[in-house]
Design a protein around this ligand. Structure first.
Ligand SMILES: Nc1ncnc2c1ncn2[C@@H]1O[C@H](COP(=O)(O)OP(=O)(O)OP(=O)(O)O)[C@@H](O)[C@H]1O
Length: 607
C-alpha cells in the first residue's frame, strides 16, 4: 500500500467520482446541468416578480391582466421550486446509494486482499480512517463532494449573471458584496483547515473505539471479561475515548459559533455599504423606483447566493480533503481488483508433485524480526511430514507461508518447480485442505459449513463419518440442516471445542485438496476421537502430501519425516526413530512427554 497519501485536487476527485458513478449511477452526471438550468430559471422568475408588479403599477396596467400575469409567473416559479426540490432529493438519494456502494467495495477489499493485510494494523488503520472520512458518514466525504460541487457550480452561474446585470446599473454595490464575500470565503477556508486538523486528531481514538466494539466485545471475549473483572477497565477505556470525541466535537462547535459570529459581522458591514449609496440615489431621483426595486431584489439575491457559494465552497474543500483520505483505501481496492484480473491468467496447477522452500525467510508486517529464517526443504508427492517445535518456534507461520496466506520476505516457494508468485492465487488455495487450530464456524447450516456450496467427490455423510461427527449430527432434529450459532437463527446450535475440530476436519476432507494440512488437529479431541484420527491418518492422507503439526510427539511416528523447528530455523529432519537416536533435544522433548504416561501407568499398576 502507498506509504504517503496522494493529494488530489477538487477536479481530480470529481473526475474520479464521475468515473466511479458512470456504470451504476450514470444519471448523477447530469446534476450540474439540471441544477444550473433550474437555478437560473428560478433566479429570473424571483427577481422578475417584484419588478413586474412595480412596473405594472406605474403604468396603471389593467388590474385583472396584471394579476393573471403575476399569478402565471408565481405558478411557474412554484413549479420550478417544486421541481428543483424533487430533483435535489433524488440527487441526494442516488448519491447516498453510491456512498453505500463504496462501503460494499470497502468490504470487498477486505475479502480480496491478501491475508497478510488483515493482520497488518497499519492497513487496518488506513481502512478505518478512509471509511470514516470518505464514505461511512452521511455528512462528509463522498456524501458532500458532488452535491456541493453541483450546488456551487449552479450558484456561480447565477452569481455571474446577476453580477453582470447589476454592474450595468450600478457598479458599487455588487463590488462591495463580492469583496466581502471573498473575505468570508478566505476566512471559511482557514476555518476548514482547523476543523480538518481537529477531526484528524481523533482518528486514532476512532480506530481504538472501533476495536473496542468489534474485537474486544466479541462473544469469545465475554467469559474473560467477566471472570477477570475487566468491566471497569473497559468502561474507563470507552469513557476516555468518548470524552476525547466529545471534547473535539465541543471544540469544533465552538469554532463554528465563532466563525458564524464573524461572518454575521462582515454581513452587517456589507449591508451598510451596499444599501446607503442606493438610498441616496433614489432620494436624489437619479434612480427610478422600478429600477431600484429590481436592483434591490437582485442585490439581495446576489448577497444570499454569494454567501451560499462561499459555504458550498468551504464544504467542497472539506469534502475534497475527506474524499482524498477515503481514496487511500478505495484506490488500493481498485488496484487489488486489477491485480486479481491480471492474476487470473497466471499459471495453474492441477497436481502437486513437489513443494520446495528455497531459502525462505519471513517477518510479519510492522515487525522487522525474522520469524522464519532461511529455511530450505523439498517435500515430494505422497509424503507425510510432521512439524515439531516449541511454542512460538514458527510452525504455524511456516504452514501459512506454504498455503500462500503469507508471502516470503526473502527466498521462494515453488510448487512443481514453479514459483508461487507465478501461480494463480485462487487456484493455489484450492490445492490445500487445512484444518486450522481454531477454524471459523459461519452462521449457516452444518452442511453449508462443510461444502460452502462447492462440489466434491465426497458426500457430506462420508466426511461426517470419517471425522467422527456423524453420530452427533444424527441426533439433531434437522440433521445436517441444523444452523450453527444463534446469530441468524435462534434455533441454531453451538458446537463444543472437539465438535468444532471435527467439523473443520470434515470441511477439509470434503474440499479434498492435494495437500492436507493439520495444525494441532487433536488438541480438543477426546482420546477416542484422537485414536480414531490416528487410525485413519494413512487413509486420509493417501495420494496427498500431508503436513501435521502436533505437540504430542508420539503422533510423529505416523509421519514419513519429522521437521524439527527451532527459533524459525529447520534444525533437523528425519524419521521419528532416527531423530530419537541422533537429536538429543528432540529425544529430550519426547521423553519429557512420554514420562508422564509411563509414570502414570506405573502409578496405576501399583495401586
Ligand atoms: N500476526 C503476527 N504478527 C506478529 N508476530 C506474530 C504474528 N503471529 C505470530 N507471530 C509471532 O511469530 C512467532 C511464531 O508464531 P507461530 O504461531 O508460527 O508459532 P508456532 O510454532 O505455531 O507456536 P505454537 O506451537 O504455540 O502454536 C511467535 O513469536 C509469534 O509471536
Amino acid at each position: 500500500m502507498q506509504a504517503k497519501q496522494e493529494k488530489y485536487t477538487i477536479f481530480q476527485n470529481i473526475n474520479w467520482y464521475l468515473k466511479k458513478t458512470s456504470k451504476k449511477f450514470p444519471k448523477l452526471k447530469y446534476g450540474l446541468l439540471v441544477q444550473g438550468i433550474t437555478s437560473l430559471s428560478i433566479l429570473v422568475a424571483t427577481s422578475g416578480v417584484p419588478t413586474l408588479i412595480i412596473w405594472g403599477l406605474q403604468r396603471s396596467f389593467n388590474f385583472s391582466r396584471l394579476s393573471v400575469m403575476i399569478l402565471s409567473v408565481c405558478i411557474g416559479l412554484g413549479c420550478l421550486l417544486w421541481g428543483q426540490s424533487v430533483y435535489k432529493t433524488w440527487l441526494q438519494w442516488e448519491n447516498a446509494n453510491f456512498r453505500l456502494q463504496l462501503t460494499v467495495d470497502d468490504g470487498m477489499g477486505f475479502l480480496i486482499s491478501p491475508f497478510e493485510e488483515s493482520i497488518d494494523t497499519e492497513i487496518q488503520k488506513i481502512r478505518v480512517t478512509s471509511s470514516k472520512h470518505g464514505y461511512e458518514d452521511d455528512d462528509s466525504g463522498v456524501d458532500v463532494l458532488w452535491p456541493s460541487f453541483v450546488s456551487l457550480g449552479a450558484t456561480l452561474v447565477s452569481v455571474l449573471v446577476i453580477a453582470v446585470a447589476t454592474v450595468v446599473i450600478e457598479w458599487w454595490s455588487p463590488v462591495v458584496i463580492l469583496m466581502f464575500s471573498l473575505i468570508s470565503a478566505r476566512f471559511l477556508i482557514k476555518f476548514n483547515d482547523s476543523q480538518r486538523l481537529l477531526k484528524a486528531s481523533v482518528d486514532g481514538t476512532n480506530f481504538y473505539q472501533k476495536y473496542l466494539y468489534q474485537e474486544a466485545f466479541k462473544l469469545e471475549s465475554g467469559k474473560d471479561i467477566r471472570m477477570y473483572s475487566l468491566r471497569n477497565q473497559y468502561q474507563e477505556k470507552i469513557e476516555a475515548a468518548f470524552r476525547q470525541m466529545t471534547e473535539t466535537q465541543r471544540k469544533i462547535n465552538l469554532q463554528k459559533i465563532k466563525s458564524i459570529g464573524l461572518i454575521c459581522l462582515l454581513d452587517t458591514i456589507q449591508l451598510f455599504f451596499m444599501y446607503v449609496p442606493l438610498i441616496i440615489r433614489v432620494s436624489e431621483h437619479s434612480m427610478s423606483l422600478p429600477v431600484f426595486t429590481f436592483f434591490l431584489t437582485l442585490l439581495g439575491t446576489l448577497s444570499t447566493l454569494v454567501r451560499r457559494g462561499a459555504t458550498e465552497f468551504s464544504k467542497l474543500i472539506m469534502a475534497n480533503e475527506d474524499v482524498t483520505i477515503g481514496r487511500e483505501y478505495l484506490d488500493y481496492v481498485d488496484k487489488l481488483q486489477k491485480k486479481e484480473k491480471v492474476h487470473a491468467g497466471a499459471e495453474r496447477i492441477n497436481h502437486v508433485n513437489e513443494i520446495e522452500f528455497r531459502n525462505v525467510s519471513y517477518h510479519y508486517p510492522n515487525d522487522e524480526k525474522d520469524i522464519i529464517r532461511d529455511i530450505s526443504f523439498t517435500i515430494k508427492k505422497d509424503a507425510s511430514v510432521a512439524l515439531v517445535g516449541l511454542n512460538g518456534a514458527g510452525k504455524t507461520t511456516l504452514i501459512s507461508l506454504m498455503m500462500g496466506l503469507l508471502k516470503p520476505t526473502a527466498g521462494e516457494i515453488l510448487i512443481n518447480g514453479i514459483s508461487s508468485k507465478n501461480i494463480n492465487m485462487h487456484e493455489y488455495s484450492r490445492l490445500f485442505s487445512p484444518i486450522f487450530q481454531s477454524g471459523a464456524t459461519f452462521a449457516d447450516t452444518i452442511e453449508k459449513n462443510i461444502t460452502f456450496h462447492n462440489k466434491s467427490k465426497f458426500s457430506t455423510t462420508d466426511v461426517l463419518n470419517v471425522s467422527g461427527l456423524a453420530s452427533d449430527v444424527m441426533h439433531l432434529k434437522n440433521g445436517e440442516n441444523t444452523a450453527l450459532t444463534q446469530y441468524i437463527d435462534d434455533k441454531g446450535i453451538s458446537l463444543s471445542g472437539g465438535q468444532s475440530q471435527k467439523l473443520m476436519m470434515a470441511r477439509a476432507l470434503y474440499k479434498d485438496g492435494q495437500v492436507l494440512i493439520l495444525d494441532e488437529p487433536t488438541s480438543a479431541l477426546d482420546p477416542l476421537a484422537e485414536s480414531n484420527l490416528y487410525r485413519q491418518y494413512h487413509e486420509l492422507s493417501r495420494n496427498k502430501i500431508s503436513i501435521f503439526i502436533s505437540h504430542r510427539l508420539a503422533s510423529t511416528q505416523f509421519a514419513d519425516v519429522v521437521f524439527f523447528i527451532k527459533n524459525g530455523r529447520l534444525v533437523d529432519s528425519g524419521t521419528h526413530a532416527a531423530l530419537l537416536k541422533s537429536n538429543e533435544e528432540y529425544a529430550n522433548l519426547y521423553h519429557v512427554q512420554s514420562k508422564y504416561y509411563v509414570e502414570g501407568d506405573e502409578l496405576g499398576n501399583g495401586e
